[in-house]
Design a protein around this ligand. Structure first.
Ligand SMILES: C[S@@+](CC[C@H](N)C(=O)[O-])C[C@H]1O[C@@H](n2cnc3c(N)ncnc32)[C@H](O)[C@@H]1O
Length: 226
């Protein structure tokens, strides 16, 4: 895992848009990027309710995650803007047309698939961390699919002691993240693990947010550079 601290950390260059951003905003962008974690991803399996997805995106972003996977089975693929109306400008939202397609893509990227599941018996506290973990939550009506259960590397239950049978899916996600992200961050000495090249690309994009004619401005400044 990448270790990152203030002493050995350098951006590869000066971005021409930096002088057009306030020092406070620049510091905030840099701080957020340095804390971004890409070794934990969030997965929504066939979640239809956009409010639940929006709550999950917001929670994931707040914990410093960056990659969100949205799997569509019976509810069908939707436009990116419909899926991710709120926090998406700060996140990468990846859409998949089926559980199999989503699980394959995650496994190809080296993720272990950890499924939150009311039928599971293990709890998160008893699980050793894997290098890359994709946390899956299911939809409010039918929960996790049998296919996802079969593809899972681990399944876990969040213990409950009340009369209700399940947590809201975005709450289940938040409880899961609270149990996993601080453990990962502690291993990273408090920092994130996004590769610097990806942070740099993202920084470029974020510096363009709110800049009028950002692309034209960047182009003109790059032409001017010696
Ligand atoms: C409202 S629950 C789904 C309830 C559904 N009727 C079922 O039987 O699974 C939505 C999702 O949140 C997650 N979840 C909610 N409560 C959970 C718990 N106590 N343990 C593990 N996952 C939970 C699961 O991913 C679940 O699929």
């Amino acid at each position: 895992m990448t270790e990152r601290n203030d002493l050995d950390f350098h951006w590869p260059a000066i971005d021409p848009l930096e002088p057009y951003t306030t020092p406070e905003r620049l510091a905030r962008i840099d701080d957020v990027l340095r804390h971004r974690i890409v070794s934990i991803a969030t997965v929504f399996e066939d979640v239809f309710d956009p409010h639940n997805i929006a709550a999950g995106l917001r929670t994931s972003e707040g914990y410093g995650l960056h990659d969100i996977h949205v799997i569509h089975n019976q509810f069908g693929m939707r436009s990116k803007s419909t899926v991710a109306k709120s926090a998406d400008q700060w996140l990468d939202v990846h859409q998949h047309g089926s559980t199999l397609e989503g699980a394959r893509a995650l496994k190809e990227q080296g993720f272990s698939i950890w499924v939150s599941d009311l039928q599971a018996t293990e709890t998160l506290t008893s699980m050793p961390m894997d290098p890359k973990i994709a946390i899956v939550v299911g939809n409010a009506k039918t929960g996790i699919s049998e296919e996802m259960r079969a593809l899972a590397d681990r399944r876990y239950i969040l213990p409950m002691y009340g009369m209700v049978q399940s947590f809201n899916l975005s709450v289940a996600l938040a409880i899961s993240l609270e149990q996993l992200v601080p453990r990962r961050r502690a291993d990273l000495h408090g920092w994130g693990d996004m590769p610097i090249a990806r942070m740099w690309q993202l920084r470029k994009t974020w510096l363009e947010f709110g800049q009028r004619h950002a692309e034209a401005l960047r182009h003109a400044l790059e032409q001017e550079a010696p």
